[in-house]
Structure formats: structure tokens, C-alpha cells
Design a binder for this molecule. Structure first.
Ligand code: P5A
Length: 439
């Protein structure tokens, strides 16, 4: 993308409404624009980040054997009356009436709808195990929307739902989700710690929240410091293998890690004192197993092998896709701007032409830009007639992992400069070597 042709409304000043760094940087980098309290437009740069996060989520869901689909944002109140949640959900639910006076709502989650779909089509145990998910906008009329996309009213969530014949199978689905989530967050450059959670209005005995440690997090957390040494890494895992998934779950959940909602001071005291930590965290996901409650209320029954009619065991699992854009920035920035982990970065490389309009640098930049495009590397070429200082500031702000600086002095010596955004380290190399250096 040529910056002269792009829509990147960066702000020079710090917006006064932003209380935390990710909100400030998302506004300054022209990623989002607030449209109403807790409701945002995603401008081109922000939209690229959102889609990159979503892509990682899809890849890891599909790797775990889950099926993507899409349900609508608007739902009929009837389904929610069946589950009993239409009244129970309270003022957080945005209720709408259509022209025929039918009660509708903007979905805050989709347990009812997905259970109704499965109830309609699935009749035999042979369809199990089954996990369906979608990535869709949700609406929750939060009392205090704040911190930009971190606590929005309209927000983007991956929500998945497993249907299993037995509790044991459903707990395997639970474990499988925990494992796939560890992998998902690590690919985004995040360490998200599974913590035993409170099940809240969704219900159920088994639930973990995934928290990213950050001073600006809304949750207070308590944990054994050993937990921060754990990495999932790129270990191969067979998601159908119950024992393997169970072993990973045990590895990542056997040490003390709780939010304030489930914190138990007596149990925490048994962690060696030198390893006791209390901190703040951002909740980027949550998984639940809740048994047969929704299946019974919405009629999701199948015939088991013995020919008996049984209610399906279910769980649900959510990832805060739009919240993650903010959480990643909270975890990865410096005083000059955002430092994107490679996979999430809206552009992988920024080319800065320090002398736009001079034949030699213009030609070198064009060649580099074409070479990056040919290599399939998403590149932002700053081809504006502006001071070099301003161009560097923009590149630092929007946080591309690599910057290539092209100027007449370097070109005289046959080199351009390649700078790593995260470390600030630079090296000089021949322009024709840059692309291969990065691939
Ligand atoms: C699980 C999927 C559920 O809704 N039903 C379907 C279950 N879980 S949850 O924990 O309530 O939400 C899942 C994740 O969504 C993010 N999230 C939010 N993000 C931005 N703004 C909000 N107001 C908001 N509320 C929830 C969180 O990351 C949460 O873990």
C-alpha cells in the first residue's frame, strides 16, 4: 500500500478521552473511531489487525476440528424465553421490536440459537462429537463501556459450542478448547494464563478464563509465578487424543491461578511465599462446560447406541477478538507507539523514502515495494512528500515489525537500512538483499 493513497488518519495529539495506552494508541494510529459509547468503526488499519487476529482464531479452531459457520446478530426473543434467559439477562440485553411487534434482541451470545439449530437437524449419536463456532458481533449494554475496544458494548467474539453424547466426551471438548486457546494466544505474541473462574450467568461447574497480565487489566489476579515460565510452543498435538489434551490441561492449570472472583486466600498461602504474585489481567477468553441444561430446554436430544433418547452435553467457549487488538497493544508497545507481533501486524514492513521526489531513492523504493509485493509481504510504502522525522514517527506509531529506510546517502554506498521495530537495531544491506533477508 502506498501511504499517499491510503486512509490513515493519525492524530498528533493524545486524545483526552483515552485512559489507557492501547486506547490512546489505537486512536492515534487511526485504527478506530468511536461512534457512540462503546461502539466503534474499524478504520482500514484497525480492520487489518482485526482480520489478522480473526484469521489466527479460525486457523486454530479448524486445526482442532471445529466447524466455522455464521449466525445472525439479531435473534428472536422466543428462543431466549425457552431457556429462561430472556428475563434473566436483564438490562445488558439490547431489546428491539420489529414492525410486527415481535420481540427481537441483538445477541449477547448464541447458546440458545446454536442449540436450536442442532435440535433441528441432529438426531443420532453418530453426529457426535460436534463443535460449531462463529466469529460475529455481539452487543452487551455494559454499564461502563470503557478503555476503547477493551470493554465495548458492540464487540467481536469468537464463540463456539460443543455437543457431545456423554459428560466425559464433553470434558474432552473442554480440554481440547483449552489447548487450542493456548496455541491461539501464543501465536498472537501473548501469554494468556488459564485461571479457574466463576461461571456467572452462563452457568456450569467447569470454567476457566484466560488472562493476559497487564497493569491496566480490569481483573485482579493471584498466581504462582512458576506459571509464567510455561509455554505451549509449537508442540504437535493430536486433538482427538483425550489423554494428550488432558495432560496439557493439567500442566497449565495445576498451579495456583485465580481471579479475585474465585480467589482462596488459604489455598494461595500454600504456594511458597517467594512465588506468590498478585497482579492485574485482561480477560481475553473463557471456556465453559455446562451439561445438558440448554439441550433439555431447547430440545437437543439424540438416540444413543442403545436406542435411548438422551440430552446432549454442551459447553461454550469465547475469545474476545476485538478486545485482543487492545490487549496485544497493552502487552507490546513503547513510548513511540505500537510494536505488533509479526502475525498480527497490519503491514509487515514499512518503507520510508527520506527524499521523496529524488530519482534515485524513488526508483529504489519502487523496486523494493514491488519485490515485497511479489514475495507476498504486506508492505506500507511512505511515498508522501514529508520530512523524514514525521515519516519515522508514523512508522513507529503504527508499529510495523520492520522498517526499510531509503535515502540518497545510503544509496551512494549501495545500501539501505533495515530496522527492527521491537529492538530498534538497524543493519545496512544492499537493497536487493532486503527481501531475502526477511523471508
Ligand atoms: C462463551 C462463548 C461467553 O459469552 N458464551 C459464548 C460464552 N463468554 S464471555 O466470557 O462472556 O465472553 C467471551 C469473551 O468475550 C470478550 N468480551 C468482551 N470484549 C469486549 N467488550 C466486552 N464488553 C466484552 N465482554 C466479553 C472477553 O474476552 C470474554 O472472555
Amino acid at each position: 500500500m502506498r501511504l499517499s493513497r491510503y486512509f490513515l488518519p493519525v492524530l498528533k495529539e493524545n486524545p483526552s478521552e483515552a485512559q489507557i495506552v492501547s486506547h490512546r494508541l489505537m486512536l492515534r494510529a487511526g485504527m478506530i473511531k468511536q461512534q457512540a459509547a462503546g461502539i466503534y468503526s474499524w478504520l482500514p488499519l484497525g480492520f487489518k489487525v482485526l482480520k489478522n487476529i480473526e484469521k489466527i482464531v479460525h486457523e486454530e479452531q479448524i486445526r482442532a476440528g471445529h466447524h466455522p459457520m455464521l449466525m445472525p446478530t439479531l435473534q428472536s426473543a422466543d428462543l431466549w424465553r425457552k431457556s429462561g434467559r430472556y428475563d434473566a439477562y436483564g438490562p445488558e440485553m439490547l431489546r428491539i421490536r420489529d414492525r410486527h411487534d415481535r420481540d427481537m434482541l441483538y445477541g449477547p451470545t448464541n447458546e440458545e440459537m446454536i442449540t436450536d439449530i442442532v435440535a433441528n437437524y441432529v438426531t443420532s449419536y453418530k453426529a457426535m462429537p460436534l463443535t460449531l463456532y462463529h466469529v460475529q458481533w455481539k452487543f452487551r449494554d455494559e454499564v461502563r463501556p470503557r478503555f476503547g475496544v477493551m470493554r465495548g458494548r458492540e464487540f467481536y467474539m469468537k464463540d463456539g459450542y460443543n455437543f457431545d453424547l456423554t459428560k466425559a466426551d464433553a470434558l474432552h471438548a473442554y480440554n481440547r478448547h483449552l489447548v487450542s486457546y493456548l496455541r491461539t494466544y501464543e501465536r498472537m505474541g501473548l501469554q494468556a494464563i488459564p485461571m479457574r473462574a466463576d461461571s456467572g450467568p452462563i452457568g456450569g461447574d467447569y470454567t476457566h478464563e484466560f488472562l493476559v497480565l497487564a497493569d491496566t487489566g480490569e481483573s485482579e489476579v493471584f498466581y504462582d509465578s512458576e506459571i509464567t515460565d510455561l509455554r505451549f510452543g509449537d508442540r504437535a498435538i493430536d486433538y482427538d487424543d483425550h489423554a494428550q489434551c488432558q495432560a496439557v490441561l493439567e500442566e497449565f492449570t495445576s498451579r495456583y491461578a485465580r481471579t479475585d472472583e474465585t480467589h482462596d486466600a488459604a489455598e494461595f498461602a500454600r504456594v511458597p511465599e517467594a512465588r506468590q504474585r498478585s497482579a492485574r489481567g485482561i480477560e481475553v477468553g473463557q471456556i465453559f462446560y455446562f451439561g445438558t441444561e440448554y439441550s433439555e430446554k431447547l430440545g437437543a436430544y439424540v438416540q444413543n447406541e442403545a436406542g435411548e433418547r438422551v440430552a446432549l452435553h454442551m459447553g461454550s467457549h469465547g475469545i474476545g477478538v476485538s478486545r485482543l487488538a487492545g490487549a496485544i497493544i497493552e502487552a507490546s508497545h513503547d513510548e513511540n507507539g505500537i510494536i505488533w507481533p509479526y502475525e498480527v501486524a497490519p503491514f509487515k514492513v514499512g518503507i520510508v523514502n527520506v527524499k521523496q521526489g529524488d530519482a534515485e531513492p524513488d526508483k529504489a523504493c519502487e523496486d523494493l515495494y514491488k519485490a515485497f509485493s511479489a514475495a507476498g509481504i504486506d508492505t506500507l510504502y511512505d511515498d508522501r512528500e514529508e520530512r523524514a522525522g514525521g515519516k519515522f514517527a508514523t512508522m513507529d506509531l503504527i508499529g510495523c515489525p520492520w522498517r526499510v529506510t531509503v535515502g540518497p546517502r545510503g544509496l551512494k554506498n549501495g545500501v539501505v537500512e533495515l530496522t527492527d521495530r521491537a529492538t530498534g537495531e538497524s543493519e545496512e544491506l544492499a537493497p536487493e538483499l532486503v527481501v531475502s533477508r526477511l523471508t
